[in-house]
Ligand binder design. Structure first.
Ligand SMILES: Nc1nc2c(ncn2[C@@H]2O[C@H](COP(=O)(O)OP(=O)(O)OP(=O)(O)O)[C@@H](O)[C@H]2O)c(=O)[nH]1
Length: 301
């Protein structure tokens, strides 16, 4: 891994949060900066893209055909298409490697059904493969106006938190649609626990109130390390700040993610070595038990 390598940016977020629109905004921003990105669409069900994807999952699999062929519903069709595409990931990676010297950013749009990417084996294979090759940053897109109530804010943050812990990748939250509602309330709730509690008491009652109170205590630790930026995919507001946070996330990739990954690999290698030694030990033991006599194998009936 070289520090001059390109950066993979993976857009993740709830359906309708504005992933595709924000990706298009980033695309335009990078074209303006004379560093055109390489764009990969991983959403098999998107009807129309506002940009020309360099690699498009829809060119490889037709999710409607997959649905009828395997007798699946829409989500099953999207997941199966996604799995089928992942079998060709080596081809995507060879393109990424070929383009690495001339492209600074690779952008990945993911399906609106967020769990298809975040909780599937294929999603993990894609993120792990990308992160093992070049700095990879997750941009978690939030629909700010729809997150203005404490309950939706809390569930969105819990989701973001679970994705961070699952991927372990440098992460940032992009509060989108700030042309409609400013994200200041969210920053305030993250920084000031009492402000969140007051908002909670105004809107939620009973069980929900105490549940969210406990959850917000858990999230406190998550907030303290979280990178947050307010953007508008529609107007382009916040793009410089977004890229400043992406730069910070890339630094985290080299300073924290890579050494951790190296430690985990070392642990895995040690375990494999131990397993091999144990297998060899068992084999030697079995050989000495049979004491040179021919071992009788089960005959097929
Ligand atoms: N006002 C405003 N609307 C936005 C913004 N970003 C996206 N939208 C609108 O939000 C809607 C959803 O945007 P998409 O980009 O399709 O969202 P998505 O997350 O890719 O959606 P899925 O593919 O279904 O997951 C569209 O109507 C966009 O025009 C923004 O910054 N401001």
């Amino acid at each position: 891994m070289s520090e001059a390598g390109p950066v993979n940016i993976i857009m993740i977020g709830m359906a309708g949060s504005g992933k595709t629109t924000l990706l298009q905004r980033i695309n335009a921003y990078l074209h303006e900066k004379k560093t055109p990105p390489y764009v990969v669409n991983l959403d098999p069900a998107v009807a129309k893209l506002p940009f020309q994807a360099n690699i498009d999952i829809r060119d490889t699999v037709d999710y409607k055909q997959v649905m009828s062929e395997y007798n699946l519903g829409p989500n099953g069709g999207i997941l199966t298409s996604f799995n089928l595409f992942t079998t060709k990931l080596d081809q995507v990676m060879s393109i990424v490697e070929k383009r690495a010297s001339s492209t600074k950013y690779f952008l990945f749009d993911t399906p609106g059904q967020i769990e298809i990417f975040t909780w599937s084996a294929s999603g993990a294979i894609i993120t792990n493969t990308l992160a093992a090759t070049y700095p990879t940053v997750v941009v978690y897109v939030v629909d700010t106006p729809r997150t203005a109530s404490p309950a939706t804010f809390m569930s969105n943050m819990m989701y973001a938190c679970s994705i961070l812990y699952k991927t372990q990748l440098p992460f940032l939250v992009a509060f989108n649609k700030t042309d409609v509602v400013s994200h200041e309330f969210a920053v305030n709730w993250m920084e000031d626990f009492e402000a969140f509690q007051q908002a909670l008491m105004r809107q939620e009652e009973g069980f929900m109130n105490s549940l969210m109170n406990s959850m917000s205590l858990v999230l406190d630790e998550f907030y303290s390390h979280l990178r947050v930026v307010g953007v508008s995919a529609m107007t382009g507001k916040g793009m410089d700040e977004l890229f400043a946070k992406i730069d910070e996330a890339v630094t985290e990739y080299y300073d924290e993610f890579c050494p951790n990954m190296e430690k985990q690999l070392e642990k895995k290698r040690e375990q494999e070595k131990k397993d091999k030694e144990q297998q060899l030990h068992h084999l030697m033991h079995d050989l000495s038990v049979t004491d040179g006599k021919e071992v009788e194998l089960n005959k097929p009936k």
